[in-house]
Design a protein around this ligand. Structure first.
Ligand SMILES: Cc1cc2nc3c(=O)[nH]c(=O)nc-3n(C[C@H](O)[C@H](O)[C@H](O)COP(=O)(O)O)c2cc1C
Length: 188
């Protein structure tokens, strides 16, 4: 369960990972607000803040619509999440309606802020691409000038023993490529 960086970095980067085991315990309003607060402070082009988080708590009437968007492989562990989030981003600038080429990049930064805050609070914040985007758009009435980016499962950590066998084996923090593979001086 230990990650070792090749160079010294803040512990929070290593402490954040994407567990699947969650307890099913609800998240209180203040905990959820702290996650959105962290996302709020992400950098964005022209301070556009073009992210929008639609969410459903497990005990709310919104839950079935959100849960139903997930692929089966994600439903298998998300049934113990406290909150499911659909991350949207506005594709055009609010000021002039021109295309914003970095709306997805900015939404990703906001997600990572949320994930790091969640890790600091001892919560699970797990990003997901495995869901039906088209259905998310129609079910949640997402307008054409917004993209559906990703979903996020949030919850309190649970017991990995409660996961289906296949997922239990994968329930550990992963490693990373070396810097030499992800950064180059000069051109491609
Ligand atoms: C945008 C995004 C989409 C992802 N989609 C899924 C998914 O559909 N299902 C899943 O179990 N994990 C998903 N993950 C989790 C990744 O597999 C995980 O972040 C990656 O393996 C690195 O591991 P770590 O987050 O534990 O460091 C996703 C993560 C991100 C950021």
């Amino acid at each position: 369960m230990h990650r070792t960086p090749d160079h010294p970095i803040e512990a929070i980067f290593l402490d954040r990972w994407s567990p699947r085991a969650m307890s099913g315990e609800p998240l209180d309003e203040r905990e959820l607000s702290r996650l959105f607060e962290a996302a709020r402070w992400a950098p964005s082009t022209y301070n556009e803040q073009e992210w929008l988080f639609l969410y459903a708590r497990r005990d709310s009437p919104h839950w079935p619509a959100f849960f139903g968007l997930l692929m089966e492989a994600n439903q298998a562990w998300c049934d113990h999440a406290a909150v499911l989030i659909v991350v949207l981003s506005r594709k055009v600038f609010a000021l002039n309606g021109r295309p914003n080429p970095v709306h997805t990049f900015d939404a990703g930064a906001a997600f990572e802020n949320m994930a790091l805050q969640g890790a600091a609070m001892g919560l699970v914040v797990h990003g997901m691409a495995g869901f039906d985007r088209d259905r998310a758009r129609t079910a949640l009435h997402v307008p054409d000038d917004h993209d559906v980016e990703a979903m996020v499962a949030v919850g309190h950590p649970g017991d990995p023993a409660d996961l289906p066998e296949q997922l239990r084996q994968r329930e550990a923090p992963s490693g990373r490529k070396p810097i030499a593979e992800i950064a180059r001086e000069g051109g491609f």
